[in-house]
Design a protein around this ligand. Sequence first.
Ligand code: SDX
Length: 437
Amino acid sequence: MTKSNNTIESVGEAELRLADGNTVKLPVFKGSEGEHAVDITKLRAETSYIAFDPGYGNTGSCESAITYIDGEKGILRYRGYPIEELAEKSSFLEVTYLLIYGHLPSESELETFSDAISQESMIHEDMKRFFNGYPATSHPMSILSSMICSLSSYYPDCLENAPEHIDNNISRLLSKVSTVAAFSYKKSIGHPFIGPLNKLGYVENFLNMMFAVPAEPYQVNPDVAKALEMILILHADHEQNCSTSTVRMVGSSQANLYASISAGICALWGPLHGGANQAVIEMLSGIVDRGGDVAGFIQRVKDKEPGVRLMGFGHRVYKNFDPRATILKSQSAKVLKALGLSTPLLDIARQLEEVALKDEYFIERKLYPNVDFYSGIILRAIGIPVNMFTVMFAIGRMPGWIAQWKEMFDTPGLRINRPRQIYTGSEKRLYVPINKR
Ligand code: SDX
C-alpha cells in the first residue's frame, strides 16, 4: 500500500493464524521513520474478527506528517525539526505556523500570519458578558472550553468548514484563546479585563492582559516572556495524545473547528493528561507542608495508597526520558535565577526525581519525569496561578490541535471514527412486566 505522500512504504505482509485454524494475510507498511504497522482495515470483513486494544496503546489511528516521537530514544520533532532546536531558536508563532502549514515561514509569511492573529485578538462584547454568569471560583478550563465552542455562534462561517474560511477561523482561534484565558483569570480575582494590544507580540500581549492593571503602568519582563515562549513551544504538539485524538474524533464527524477544539480542551483537563501540571505543584507543595518528607511520599506511591501517584512521572510513549522534561528541568533553575527567585518546590522536585530514578519500582515500570514535572515550577515563577496551569497547556497545544484537525480535513476520503467493541453483556432475554419481576 503506497500512499500519496510517499511516506508510507509497503514492506510485505503478515500472516495471522486464527483460533479456527484459518489464516489471513495482512499488508505491512512502514512510515518515514521506519515504524512498522500491520494494516487491519480489512480484518473484520475477511475474518469477522476484530483487533482488541483498550487504551489504544498498540493502535495507529491515522497517518500524520506533523510530529514524530521516539519514546525509547526520547526524540520529539515538529515537522522534522528537533524540539531542542525549536525551543532554543524559534518563537511560538513561528512554531505554530510550522505545525499548521508544514514549513518554517519566510519573514513575510510570518508577518502576515502574526498580523492576522493580532487583528482577531478582541472577543465580541456579548461574549464578555458570559463572564458575568460564571462564579468567581469557576475553573478556567470550564470557561475556556465553553467559550471556545461558543465562537461558532459568533462566527458561523466556521460551520461548513469551507476551505476559504479555514485560515481565518484558525487565526481567530489562536488569538481569542489567549484573550479568553486572560479574562477568565481577571474574572477570578475580581479585576477589570485588560484588553489586547495589537502592538505587542503574542506572548507579551497575553502577559499584559493577565497582569496589567488600570491603576499603574505594566512592563512585561523579557525573562518572563522568554520563559513562557519556551513553555508554549514545548507544549505545541505531541502526535496522537488523548486530547489530540479527541479533537480528531470529534472532527471526524465533520463538527466545526471550534467544537472539535472545545472537546480537546475538556480531554486535556484530566489530571492524567494536561491537568497533571497543576497536580504536580499540589503534590510538591503537600510534601513541603509535611516537612519535605520525600522518602515517605515515595513509599506512599509504591504502596499504591489510593489517590497517591508521582504526578508528572510516567508516559504512555516515553519509556526513557521525555525530552521536554530535560529542557524544562534545566530552564527552571535558569528562570528562577533570572527572576531572583527561589522555591523549595524545585529542591523537592529534584529530590523526588533522584530518588525515583534509582528505585526499582519506577525503573521496572519505566517511569521518568514527563513534560508536567517541571513546567509548573516555571509557570509559578512567572506568576501564573496554579489553576491556570492547564489553561497554559491548552494555549500551548492549540497549534497542534489545529494542525492535526486540519491534516485530517485535508486528507481525502475523511471517514467518521467509529471503533468496535467486544460485547460481554446479557444474552437475549424477553421483557418482564414490572408486576412479575
Ligand atoms: C501528558 O500522551 C501524551 O503525549 C500526553 C502528553 C502530551 O504532551 O500530550 O505527553 C502530556 O499527559 C503527560 C502525562 C501527564 N500525566 C501525569 O504525569 C500523571 C501521572 N502519570 C500517570 O498516571 C501515567 O504514567 C500516565 C497516565 C501518564 C500513563 O499511564 P499508562 O501508560 O496507562 O500507564 P499505567 O497507568 O498503566 O501504569 C503502568 C504502571 C502501573 O503500575 P502496575 O499496575 O503495573 O503495578 O506504572 C504505574 C501504574 O500504577 N504508574 C505509576 C505512575 N504512572 C504509572 N505509579 C506511580 N506514579 C505514576 N505517575
